[in-house]
Write a protein that binds this ligand. Sequence first.
Ligand SMILES: Cc1cc2nc3c(=O)[nH]c(=O)nc-3n(C[C@H](O)[C@H](O)[C@H](O)COP(=O)(O)OP(=O)(O)OC[C@H]3O[C@@H](n4cnc5c(N)ncnc54)[C@H](O)[C@@H]3O)c2cc1C
Length: 389
Amino acid sequence: MADHQLPAPPDLSRTNDRPVYVIGGGPGGLSAAAALRKRGVRAVVLEKSDAVGASWRGHYDRLHLHTTRRLSALPGLAVPRQFGRWVARDDVVRYLEKYAEFHELEIVTGVEVSRIEPAGADWLLYATGGRQLTGRAVVVATGYNHTPRLPDWPGRDTFRGDLRHARDYRNPAPYEGKDVLVVGVGNTGAEIAVDLAEGGAARVRLAVRTAPHIVRRSTAGWPAQRTGILVRRLPVWLVDKAGEVMRRLSVPDLAEHGMPRPDTGLYSRVKDGAIPVQDVGLIDAVRSGGVEPVAALESFDDGKAVLADGTLLSPDAIIAATGYRRALEPLVGHLGVLDERGRPLARGARAHPKAPGLHFTGFTNPISGMLREMALDARRIAKALDAGR
Ligand SMILES: Cc1cc2nc3c(=O)[nH]c(=O)nc-3n(C[C@H](O)[C@H](O)[C@H](O)COP(=O)(O)OP(=O)(O)OC[C@H]3O[C@@H](n4cnc5c(N)ncnc54)[C@H](O)[C@@H]3O)c2cc1C
């Protein structure tokens, strides 16, 4: 079927009584629901906010996908060509809305699932308003970036300026003429720092705990994501070596500008959960002094930010790009399906032996792109649940 044609309505009559519940109406949940529906399995998406794509609606204005349009499409619907190669935040939201409509997904908004319990061969979901819903299977797609992680730095309460998590950052306007410290140099921290520097902040410092791997988003038209896909199954040491060669060839040494060189290999870091920083202006901003790398933020002393090297700073504002927690414990922590870091032990098509029919999607951060991974997982999960009918 061509991607622009409407799919034939599947026969959902066999599973109407006990649907598969999909928790979360982001790209992970929507793609799983579409793949199930395509196989004739009734799937009901439960979304706690009032619309699909809630996470994307809340991201900062400047954000574009750093994975390509083609390699970010979900099953059964291409991302429109006019959205360009690097799709803007608002267009990601439009695509997700269109996706739900195109696949005629059954979505219930305003319903938050708080706990999942086994009920014989089925699953019982406890949700908003005292709801108890029984499904034959469950797909958990509540997001890798679920709950903002704001470190409890000692003395934090003494800081009198504006301290917020990156999730609450929209654009540089409120920071015009201000001295801002951005904490954390993942993709989000790096891009927010550049946004502030270009958007009129008086001074932007970027607190770096672990020196990042910085890669070009694309080189001579070849996107970094494609390299990520190609090297995915190669030995870690080999990719680390190749990454080091690439770094020397394509990324200038920023050590003299205060940005240290990474001391562990690129792929070793990915395996530990840290994907490389795609350059969307950081290199130039660091070289020009628009963004000044400084040591990690350790604590606060009498309202001043104390860095790991002992420097004291008094910024007007601090933006903590310090990541997120999965926050799966209340939902499934009691089922023995999470590891010590709160991540699902089994993911995608594979369910944990203790919890057959309970699937997780979107809980890895692969070098090949998370949207691409969720698209692949959606099909695999649908196949597994279809076979289990
Ligand atoms: C800033 C940023 C940029 C990114 N850029 C890219 C990129 O370029 N390419 C790429 O491949 N990936 C990217 N990602 C990673 C990933 O693709 C996105 O985070 C994506 O939105 C994840 O989809 P998801 O469905 O797993 O989670 P989410 O999009 O977070 O969706 C989860 C949904 O579940 C709902 N929910 C949560 N808990 C419950 C509950 N208990 N009950 C009911 N509903 C619930 C939430 O409201 C939300 O709508 C990016 C991530 C971030 C944070």
